[in-house]
Design a protein around this ligand. Structure first.
Ligand code: GLC
Length: 488
């Protein structure tokens, strides 16, 4: 448990400097905002550190880094900026044959020209898929909060949605509802053996399909079209199949693992439903026993024939709560797991990106000996303050939608969240709002970490807003159009 860290009590204690710290974070945040075409469009990934130069592409506007930025701006009612961001992204949606419909990873205005990166400029030529999946989610949340239905039903938005759906809703060799992606296609954008159907992408796909449906339904109300009706039907079905697939193949608890360990292998034909991916019991790692204890559950990192990836990925699991992919009892099983594994996941700087890190031999073979992803560092089990607010939002949204469910557990989660919030507040200003911290305890600022990282700043501000200012605002993140509570 976290109490073994020497500064534990001082770190998680409420601070009288709260207002000053929040004020400073807000000032830094305002400095991250940049303009395109003369109007504010969003934030650069990190502020240039006053004593250093050479920021690589951290001076660009990354779509994924701007997700918390746009949500924060929505909470502040700064709708014009969000709309401009969405419009600029639409303008940059690829039109070339091989990548038609793809949104860029990042963009920047250089001498009056917009330059976008679809992967051709990035280190290792990696292409991001999450940016494209996030766009409809942000667009829908913007329309829902601002009530700018004209934008939602506009030809530009509806065309963008269809182009994007074309990338997903088509026949494939697999015949499954998952989206197959190369390594490095999301926040983890360096080789980490996360190719195929990594959790974060599949959960984002679920949120994306759900948002596309809501946007198409808006258009459908205004103008009934046969084509749209067919697209809606297909998209709903795909979303439904995807959810069933993920809950069947990715969700694990102590009970399900025990079933998995005793399944037959080498099945063929009608019998293979017991072990579709022919997984040998030996691949189930022993660390799962303590990690899951008796009442925890989570979505594993990936499913591939014979080789499931049992690593725990924080963001994919938190998003599965926010998007309502996990049922309410499953969400609480996930919260229990987080509580039980607090020492690993929160440690001194919440929250760890994935667990466990690939160890030295695996690091060599599966990351290509990437020194930035050394065991316990950066994407390979590093601690990212920007991730905490997603967990916070998942807990607070659950409390809003199911106020009477397991009050004891939710009380414990709330205390955990409070302590993590104070822990960030007491450390981040002195650590210059660093991008990530190195494991195993997350005590040291990441060896190659940027400082004044935008999503560290804005993640903290979001948590401050949701925890201390207006918890009810968490419903902003609920993808369902009708409010309040619904049963899942
Ligand atoms: C790194 C991160 C990526 C992030 C980018 C800008 O490449 O891995 O997730 O979007 O920095 O902050």
């Amino acid at each position: 448990m976290a109490h073994q860290f020497s500064q534990e009590l001082r770190r998680v204690r409420p601070s009288s400097r709260e207002d000053a710290v929040v004020g400073l974070a807000q000032e830094h945040f305002e400095r991250t905002l940049v303009a395109v075409g003369g109007a504010t469009v969003g934030s650069v990934a990190a502020l240039v550190h006053p004593r250093r130069c050479g920021t690589a592409n951290y001076g660009e506007v990354f779509l994924r880094d701007n997700v918390p930025v746009m949500l924060y701006l929505l909470l502040q009612g700064r709708f014009t900026i969000v709309r401009h961001f969405l419009e600029v992204c639409l303008e940059l949606q690829s039109n070339t044959y091989q990548t038609r419909g793809v949104f860029p990873t990042s963009f920047v205005e250089e001498q009056g020209n917009l330059v976008a990166d679809y992967g051709q400029r990035s280190i290792g030529r990696i292409s991001s898929v999450d940016a494209s999946l996030w766009w409809p989610v942000l667009c829908w949340l913007y329309v829902k909060r601002s009530r700018d239905e004209n934008f939602g039903t506009s030809q530009a938005v509806q065309r963008g949605v269809q182009l994007l759906l074309d990338l997903v809703l088509h026949p494939s060799f697999e015949g499954t509802p998952v989206l197959f992606v190369p390594d490095c296609a999301f926040m983890i954008d360096r080789p980490m053996d996360v190719w195929g159907a990594p959790l974060e992408i599949e959960v984002l796909l679920y949120g994306c399909l759900s948002s596309c449906c809501h946007l198409m339904e808006l258009a459908q109300h205004q103008n009934v079209s046969r084509l749209l009706e067919q697209r809606l039907k297909l998209t709903h079905q795909w979303q439904h199949d995807l959810r069933s697939y993920l809950l069947k193949h990715y969700w694990v608890t102590s009970k399900t693992v025990q079933v998995l360990r005793r399944r037959p292998t080498e099945q063929y034909g009608e019998h293979q439903h017991e072990n579709e991916f022919n997984v040998q019991p030996q691949v189930i790692p022993p660390w799962l026993q303590d990690w899951l204890e008796n009442s925890g559950g989570y979505l594993i990192g990936n499913m591939r024939t014979g080789r499931p990836d049992f690593r725990f990925f924080s963001l994919g699991n938190c998003l599965a709560c926010l998007f309502g992919l996990l049922t309410a009892p499953q969400q609480r099983a996930l919260f229990r797991l987080v509580l039980h594994n607090r020492e690993h996941l929160m440690a001194q700087m919440p929250m760890r990106i994935c667990h466990p890190p690939l160890d030295q031999e695996e690091w060599r073979s599966r990351t290509g000996s990437d020194p930035k992803n050394w065991p316990g560092s950066y994407h390979n089990g590093g601690h990212w303050p920007s991730l905490l607010w997603y967990l916070g939002a998942a807990i607070l949204l659950h409390q809003q939608l199911h106020p009477e469910a397991d009050v004891l557990l939710m009380g414990q989660m709330r205390s955990l969240l409070d302590e993590c919030y104070w822990s960030q507040l007491n450390q981040l200003p002195a650590q210059q709002w660093a991008e990530y911290f190195d494991g195993p305890t997350g005590t040291w600022v990441g060896q190659q970490s940027r400082t004044f990282q935008t999503w560290t700043l804005v993640g903290f501000l979001l948590l401050n807003h949701l925890l201390r200012r207006n918890p009810a605002d968490v419903t902003l993140l609920d993808l369902e159009p009708g409010l309040p509570a619904r049963s899942r």
